[in-house]
Design a protein around this ligand. Structure first.
Ligand code: GLA
Length: 410
């Protein structure tokens, strides 16, 4: 008994002396985060007026009613220098009323605000990075009412990535305001191996560019940006999907739906694939000028529901038939989604006989068998109609880079 009292007392004293165990904020990104980010369209050319307009149109178009939530300011929101006390300063011309005013405006619309910074000494566009100022910056974000931090990896020298991201995670946690932590180190240091408890999502690739299957080389700086298919195939999908789950997602980068050379079908395919892969759904187009076609794609509730399904399982490639890739995704309540992607310049004829097909998700132990005793209803999610059941083969003509996305339910 004496021993018990001694050890109990010792534990109590130690627990008072030891600092609170830092962690990432729970209950954020239980499904992949959804929002809009400034970078793909505006680069560093952002300002208070633009962000307010984006928040207005966001709500007017009803993006919030289909699940989009965050307005994210990427690189370029800061002044070139910190102040004399080492604080980050919003760019005085672009954000004359500071970030708190923007956050208040965004919050008044029922939305949330995100900022960007970098683990290095400078951001990728040359603004002050957080290195050596992590706790100070986290306090500022909390004071301003920020809800999301994208944290980049430029100018990091010999920094250890895991340590650097843990430092910022701990700083955010210590600042006390729940802030979603979006890791952006491009997959260079295998974040899928160490970031589950560090961030809520991690980028798996270098920057996206607005084409379906190209690589764009940037002479200055000698780096590449990547089209949709290049990102899709950049890593082993099984390796990625095994680490993702509720509260921590593989981030395939901000979307280019509605941008660049992407056709209507390619926009659909891009959106559907990001949904199937449980990537954060972060729009990167100009919401004020997008076409009704693009609006229809990004607000398709059935496609969004695949991404936001509470089972939280990333889709996988089941097989390829000719030029048609078949991606599968187990959903809650025994439903499944299938995305038939014709990755080709030419038309392709899909004729998929479900009968006696067994699809297994080996990693997570899900399986579906289609036969005459196990018949599923089929819904075409882009057309928005039920198209029969799995008793008869699924037939379609798919154009260049076109998808057919179906959900099968009992
Ligand atoms: C990096 C990131 C991009 C963007 C820019 C900003 O390239 O990967 O997503 O944030 O920096 O400079």
């Amino acid at each position: 008994m004496k021993n018990f009292i001694y050890y109990f007392g010792l534990c109590m004293v130690l627990s008072l002396l030891l600092p609170v165990q830092a962690q990432k904020f729970d209950n954020l990104a239980k499904t992949p985060q959804m929002g809009w980010n400034s970078w793909n369209t505006f680069s560093v050319n952002i300002n208070e007026q633009l962000i307010k307009e984006m928040a207005d149109i966001f709500v007017n178009l009803g993006l919030n009613s289909v699940g989009y939530e965050y307005i994210l300011l990427d690189d370029g929101w800061m002044d070139m220098q910190r102040d004399k006390d080492g604080n980050l300063v919003p760019h005085p011309d672009k954000f004359p009323n500071g970030i708190k005013a923007v956050a208040d405006y965004v919050h008044s619309k029922g939305l949330k605000l995100g900022l960007y910074n970098c683990a290095g000494t400078k951001t990728c566009a040359g603004y002050p990075g957080s290195r050596g100022h992590e706790y100070q910056d986290a306090l500022k974000y909390a004071e301003w009412g920020v809800d999301y931090l994208k944290y980049d990896w430029c100018n990091t020298g010999e920094l250890n990535p895991k340590e650097a991201y843990i430092t910022m995670r701990d700083a955010l946690y210590a600042a006390g305001r729940p802030i979603l932590f979006s890791i952006c180190e491009w997959g260079d240091n295998q974040p899928w191996q160490w970031a589950q408890d560090v961030g809520h999502s991690w980028r798996i690739s270098g920057d996206i560019t607005a084409c379906f299957d190209c690589i764009e080389h940037h002479e200055e700086g000698d780096w590449n940006s990547w089209g949709v298919m290049k990102i899709l195939n950049m890593r082993d999908n099984n390796m990625l999907r095994k680490s993702a789950g509720i509260g921590h997602w593989n981030d395939m980068d901000m979307m280019e739906v509605g941008n660049g050379t992407l056709t209507f079908h390619e926009n659909q395919s891009h959106f559907a694939l990001w949904a199937m892969l449980n990537s954060p759904l972060v729009l990167g187009n100009d919401l004020r000028t997008m076409s009704s076609d693009v609006l229809g794609i990004i607000t398709n509730k059935d496609i969004i529901a695949l991404n936001q399904d509470t089972l939280g399982l990333q889709g996988f490639k089941y097989t390829t038939l000719g030029t048609i890739e078949i991606w599968a995704k187990p959903l809650s309540n025994g439903a499944w989604a299938f995305c038939f992607l014709n990755h080709s310049e030419n038309l392709a004829e899909l004729n998929f006989d479900w009968n006696n097909v067994t699809i297994k998700d080996e990693l997570f132990g899900y399986e579906v068998i289609f036969n005459k005793n196990n018949v599923f209803k089929i819904k075409d999610l882009f057309v928005g109609k039920n198209i029969g059941n799995t008793k008869t083969p699924l037939k379609a003509i798919l154009g260049k880079n076109q998808v057919l996305v179906v959900r099968v339910d009992k």
